[in-house]
Write a protein that binds this ligand. Structure first.
Ligand code: NAD
Length: 280
């Protein structure tokens, strides 16, 4: 990877953190950055997270381009950048939904260029370059979602990039990824938003100043970027709706146990959940 040039398109939480994580690492590539937000570019340059602030056209000359913009935006970029990159180059992304992006990315690239889907499992409820953190990926997992269109060499180049940033790398089928993440990430975010929404729309005023651990812990992720989560649930709509339906059935089951005053049933329900959570 040393001697390669990496282009990071979108220097927000994820792109900015990747640039900071690569800064000064042994064997790290030269990093160029592009973002429509000039202030983010200025900050990234002054932090030496990027060696050069470039244009969208210039970033296509890099050996590996990592697209780190919100998921619905990323498809447009893959289409534009993918046909301008040089043979031998690799285009990759960090989007939280994979099947549709991988399809679009692999269709978008010209001959000799490969698209490799990626999703770092790291983040916070904050967004933008000011939230970027050099240690965000340390000890975390980055999932790559290869298909038959990928060669081992390109996968290894993207893998090396994430390992240099401190992550361990796993591979997963793109559709399996979207199914799994509908349950372990997209549903919890949707439910957190719904829970806060249900309190925010109460007729009676519940003073949230009383909210101790439970409400705060459970709803932290409802402070996540609404724009980003709108994109994610829409792009993974089918899987997310499946997960919401499954959750609704589990909530109804709980409702029935409470209504019937079924002590044994409630204990069994809560114990099963506790055991699963304790095992994390
Ligand atoms: P972010 O909002 O922090 O950053 C996005 C950046 O893209 C911003 O700097 C913004 O200025 C830039 N951008 C947006 N539209 C642009 C355009 N048209 N042209 C140029 N720049 C543009 O978002 P993020 O949290 O860094 O998320 C980036 C990607 O990573 C998303 O696809 C998201 O699904 C994925 N992701 C996010 C998290 C998380 O927890 N935040 C975790 C894993 C993956």
């Amino acid at each position: 990877m040393s001697g390669e040039r990496i282009g990071i398109l979108g220097l927000g939480l994820i792109g900015g953190s990747l640039a900071l994580a690569l800064r000064g690492k042994r064997g790290a590539p030269e990093v160029w950055g592009y973002d429509r937000n000039r202030e983010s570019l200025r900050m990234a340059l002054s932090d030496r997270a990027i060696a050069r602030a470039c244009t969208e056209r210039e970033i296509a000359s890099c050996d590996i381009v990592v697209v780190c913009v919100p998921v619905l935006r990323s498809v447009e970029f893959l289409r534009r950048i993918g046909r301008r990159m040089r043979p031998g180059a690799v285009l990759t992304d960090t989007g939280s939904v994979k099947a549709a992006v991988v399809r679009a990315g692999q269709e978008a690239v010209r001959d000799g260029v490969e698209f490799v889907g990626g999703h770092p499992i790291a983040g916070t409820e904050n967004s933008g370059y000011p939230a970027a953190d050099a240690s965000l990926f340390r000890g975390r997992t980055c999932i790559l979602t290869p298909t038959d269109a990928n060669t081992g060499a390109s996968l290894r180049r993207v893998e090396r990039l994430w390992k240099t940033a401190g992550a361990r790398v796993l591979r997963m089928d793109p559709r399996l990824h979207d199914h799994v993440f509908a349950y372990v990430s997209h549903l919890p975010h949707a439910v957190a938003y719904a829970l806060v929404h249900s309190v925010a729309t109460l007729d009676s005023k519940v003073p949230l100043g009383y909210s101790a651990g439970g409400f705060r812990d459970f709803t932290r992720i409802a402070s996540s970027n609404p724009e980003m989560w709108k994109d994610i649930v829409l792009q993974n709509r089918r899987e997310v709706l499946g997960a919401v339906g499954h959750y609704r059935r589990n909530l109804s089951l709980l409702e029935g146990l409470i209504r019937r005053g079924d002590e044994a049933g409630l204990l069994a329900y809560f114990r099963k959940s506790k055991k699963t959570r304790d095992g994390l």
